[in-house]
Write a protein that binds this ligand. Sequence first.
Ligand SMILES: [Zn+2]
Length: 322
Amino acid sequence: MTLAPWLQPAYGQAVNAFLAGRLGHAQLLQGPERLGKLDLAQALAARLLCQRGDAALPACGACTGCRRLAQGSHGDFRQIGIELNEKTGKLKTAIGVDQIRDMSEWLTLTAQLGGPRVVLIETAHRLNPQAANALLKTLEEPMPGRYLILVTDQPKALPATIRSRCQRLEIGLPARNEALAWLATQGIRGEHAAQLLALAGGNPGLAADWGEAGLALYQSVRDDLAACVKNQAGVSETVRRWLDDADAERRLLFAAQVAYGLGRTWALAAAPSPKTPLAMGRLQEWIDGLNRLRLSLSQPLRHDLSLAGLLVEWRQLLQDSR
Ligand SMILES: [Zn+2]
């Protein structure tokens, strides 16, 4: 697997530390979502388990260690994450303490291939409190040749005691031209690539995930908001359409971006209206309200009433600002 270019510096840093015998017992791989952190963690695990350890960068892909890892049968590698609840068939909501205790015990056993043992914990911020405590005990008693790689896009949701016992590998958003060059390799080019990247706040992984459908969704949100101002669409009909499918969260995110765009236009206007300062304050409050609603979508609340209120306020705000 080829790592995205923005992952390569962190990969090189970790491998060099490993070759120099300076790689810590635990790595915390953190950064924004969808940037390929799990790919990086797996590539690093593969490199640690590759038996041709003295060679330069990537895992060789040919030794016994590499072949077993590729077949999913390497006895010295474990990947831990949210498991399926076998009774309900749904994903559990957290990484449980049994998973961590089991892993800690396994770490103390002799390595099958005589090399290191490596554990990868994905979505590490989803450890439940007991699991986090159990992990802390393991982190406090490092063993030679045992490596943990924790992956998260919400490091602040991890206890500080865990964070402080890890070496940090930070993945940041790439520069715009690097992101655009990578999007081109994913088949997204030109104006669409620039628009998607801006919508995704500079995150190329998110932009690639959204793709053309993301642009179309953004356009429809912008049209809905414009229709709302002109009283062309019923508020309740728009509310239903916005909230009734899996795209609800993204629609609210895009609606906030439409509002940011409007704020920018007002701020850059050659001849600002005397009404602008007041309208800007209301616009910011509107965006805050929308963000609160977006973050509360997973909770069992009356989201439809909140959104209807926001759409009515949007209409009023734009009519008043004229
Ligand atoms: Zn190998």
